[in-house]
Design a protein around this ligand. Structure first.
Ligand code: ADP
Ligand code: MG
Length: 688
């Protein structure tokens, strides 16, 4: 048995009662305990002069005692002891409440390190209840300068917790098996596990802490990344998927299209086709910028499934998108006498019943719909292919709910959010990746400008000119309504301004998150059908909604959005014949913001833009948009550890290629850990 899997009861002072309590807060083994890492550290290195000591924080300084202690009673039963200090930059006091003893041991004119809470009040400086350690031979004389601070766990006292950790380290010392073998650690510059566990809790110094943290972050990301890749490999090797045969329809369909496929479309279709024709279960992510032509690829896959006698389902997040796909697919697949239906929340009870019957009886070949598809009454006769579009709106669970309605159906997940490769590998490491990185020909580039507030009027003048020529426009704002807390323009306020200016001539609508679902769909339909000329909105305008006549977008306070998000917004224009424009108003006046936004003016490449965004802002946005069902990290933190992640990924890919990997005993510990890592976090069944 691995030492870390010993129960906490092997520790001194942990009897049955305490063990039970620890279990209730999720700590059963030594591993559970030792992998509760400190939340932060107190830097007790004496980095501050007295003049710099920060008010309200625990901090340390090095100072001389410049007088004898004075103790006075401040209230009944309360004493306050003060010792004057100086270090040449400022004067102040060390003060102790109800503790005259520490102060009495200090020598007048002696030099000490003081560490405690800093209070500055009306020109006076105090360090409260400090530790005081005599300076002997410079800073070296002071040990243990970095102290761990743990998050509160249940009702355990911090001291108690620290003692248990120390106990666990002692018990485990010399008996820890490293799940990462020596040669691997040497190759990637990783310290051994004993060193790391010791130093993550009680760092000898900053360097050791950094090394310990690097390894533990590496280990955590590696378990996840390698685990995902391993699952993908296992799924591939298992071969329990449906084998779709070659069908004659495909070529005819491609010829029937009014355009020829782009090289990228051909490539991803070949990848998908290969998966479908093999006996492995397809689990593939199809990424492609807005307008890159994912729908045709989906149509090809659905057609192939149908011609093999299987049913296909396409799930999208909104009714409007479902309708749009339904119209497109019934149009382009009209030659194949397939039965295609649309199932959304708007279907009447009668319609729904009929569709349910059609799905259960197998009359319906292709069903397109919203969440309605995963409702209980929906049962398929022979579901063979599941496609979800704009996947970031669906959690893994919703996807698995649909997948569970078939027996090992192939899965294709489509997304218009370009995700940098490093993140895609860890968020979707269990999936194969297909990328459409080429736009259909003849697409005009959206001319993009970054301007300051001073020329806003000119921008709106230009927008009005487009309206006059019969085009439609979007104006996007970061806020719904004005607030004193944020200095930015709101949709309501901009809508009112523009209404006053333009309402005689054009019809404007306001759209934001507080507008109800039904009204929202109506507003979108009016805009799509040209009854409305201009839409003033927050970022709620639908991804993927196609209004080719809308050719201009103005984004207010564009500095408040991430680049990837701006690019997504911009994707609403540039879908028609006429030249399109996107005007980004920099409301901050900041030069940095300006040059950041310039990336958009210069590039149309979603992947490049999202890479830049990742460098500039970290991956919060990407993680935020998906309820990914992945475990929370206990030490890794992705904005910070993205470089480590890249090393982890190349290590994981390399190990995966190693033909001896599974046979070599030195990796047993790792395999064991991966299994418990994924068990504990209960990765949804559909993914594995
Ligand atoms: P998205 O990837 O955003 O879902 P769509 O599939 O909706 O993109 O395609 C956007 C538009 O481009 C549609 O009008 C579609 O007919 C057209 N299109 C798709 N592929 C091609 C192509 N190879 N050549 C020309 N136009 C294409
Ligand atoms: Mg689409």
């Amino acid at each position: 048995m691995y030492i870390l899997e010993q129960p906490v009861s092997v520790l001194k002072g942990v009897g049955p009662k305490k063990q039970e309590y620890l279990r209730s807060i999720g700590i059963e083994t030594l591993r559970d305990l030792l992998y509760c890492f400190p939340r932060e550290y107190e830097d007790r290195i004496y980095s501050f002069t007295m003049a710099e000591l920060p008010h309200g924080h625990r901090a340390g300084t090095r100072a001389f005692v410049s007088g004898s202690p004075r103790t006075k009673r401040i209230r009944k039963g309360f004493t306050l002891t003060r010792v004057p200090l100086t270090d040449g930059t400022a004067r102040g006091f060390a003060v102790w409440f109800n503790n005259p003893y520490t102060a009495r041991q200090l020598k007048v004119n002696g030099e000490y390190y003081f560490f405690g809470r800093v209070e500055r009040r009306m020109g006076s400086l105090q360090i409260q209840n400090p530790q005081a350690i005599e300076v002997c031979d410079g800073v070296k004389g002071y040990r243990g300068s970095i102290a761990p601070i743990y998050s509160k766990r249940g009702k355990l006292r911090p001291g108690d917790f620290e003692r248990m950790i120390k106990g666990a380290l002692t018990v485990a010392a010399g008996r820890l098996e490293d799940i990462l073998p020596d040669d691997f650690r040497r190759e990637y510059g990783l310290k051994d596990i004993e060193f790391c566990l010791k130093n993550i809790h009680f760092p000898a110094n900053i360097k050791s802490l950094e090394k310990a943290r690097y390894r533990l972050v590496f280990e955590e990301l590696f378990l996840l990344q390698f685990g995902l890749l391993l699952m993908k490999k296992e799924l591939r090797d298992k071969g329990e998927g449906i084998v779709f045969e070659q069908v004659p329809g495909e070529t005819g369909f491609i010829y029937s299209l009014p355009f020829s496929l782009t090289g990228a479309q051909e490539r991803v279709w070949a990848e998908i086709k290969e998966d479908m024709e093999s006996d492995r279960i397809m689990n593939r992510l199809l990424q492609g910028d807005v307008g890159s032509g994912k729908t045709v690829v989906a149509a090809l896959a659905l057609l192939k499934a149908a011609q093999n006698g299987y049913q296909g389902a396409l799930m999208v997040p909104t009714e409007i998108l479902a309708e749009q796909h339904f119209l497109t697919l019934t149009g382009i697949l009209s030659d194949f006498s397939l039965h295609i239906e649309l199932l959304t929340g708007s279907c009447s009870a009668g319609q729904r019943k009929e569709i349910y019957n059609g799905i259960a009886g197998g009359d319906i070949d292709i069903i397109i719909g919203t969440h309605s598809l995963i409702q209980e009454g929906v049962e398929f006769k022979r579901l063979g292919l599941v496609i979800t579009d704009e996947q970031h709106r669906f959690g893994v669970r919703q996807r698995s709910a649909l997948v569970a309605k078939g027996t090992n159906p192939d899965i294709l997940v489509m997304t218009a959010t370009p995700i940098p490769r490093s993140l895609a590998l860890i968020l979707y490491g269990d999936m194969d990746l297909s990328i459409i990185d080429e736009m259909p020909p003849g697409r005009k580039r959206v001319e993009t400008y970054v301007i300051g507030e001073k020329v806003r009027d000119r921008a709106y003048g230009f927008l009005e000119k487009q309206l006059k020529e019969g085009r439609q426009a979007y104006v996007v704002c970061p806020l719904i309504e004005d607030t004193e807390l944020v200095d930015a323009r709101s949709a309501i306020c901009v809508y009112e301004e523009l209404t006053e200016k333009l309402s005689g001539k054009y019809k404007l609508e306001l759209l934001h998150g507080k507008v109800g679902g039904q009204t929202k769909e109506e507003i979108m339909r009016d805009f799509r059908d040209g009854r409305t000329h201009m839409l003033v909105s927050t970022t709620v305008i639908e991804v993927g909604v196609n209004v080719p006549n809308a050719n201009i977008m103005v984004i207010e306070n564009a500095e408040r959005f991430g680049l990837a998000q701006l690019h997504q917004l911009r994707g609403r224009v540039g879908r028609g014949e006429s030249q399109s424009y996107c005007i980004l108003i920099n409301g901050s006046g900041s030069r940095t913001a300006h040059s950041r936004m310039k990336v958009l003016a210069e590039s149309n490449d979603g992947f490049l833009i999202s890479e830049k965004d990742l460098q500039l802002r970290g991956p919060g946005d990407f993680f935020g948009t998906r309820q990914h069902g992945l475990p929370g990290f206990s030490i890794a933190s992705l904005p910070q550890d993205i470089e480590t992640l890249k090393h982890v990924q190349s290590a994981a890919l390399q190990l995966l290629e190693d033909p001896h990997f599974l046979r070599d005993a030195k990796w047993e510990g790792l395999i064991h850990s991966i299994k418990s890592f994924f068990d504990e976090t209960r990765l949804p069944a559909g993914v594995i």
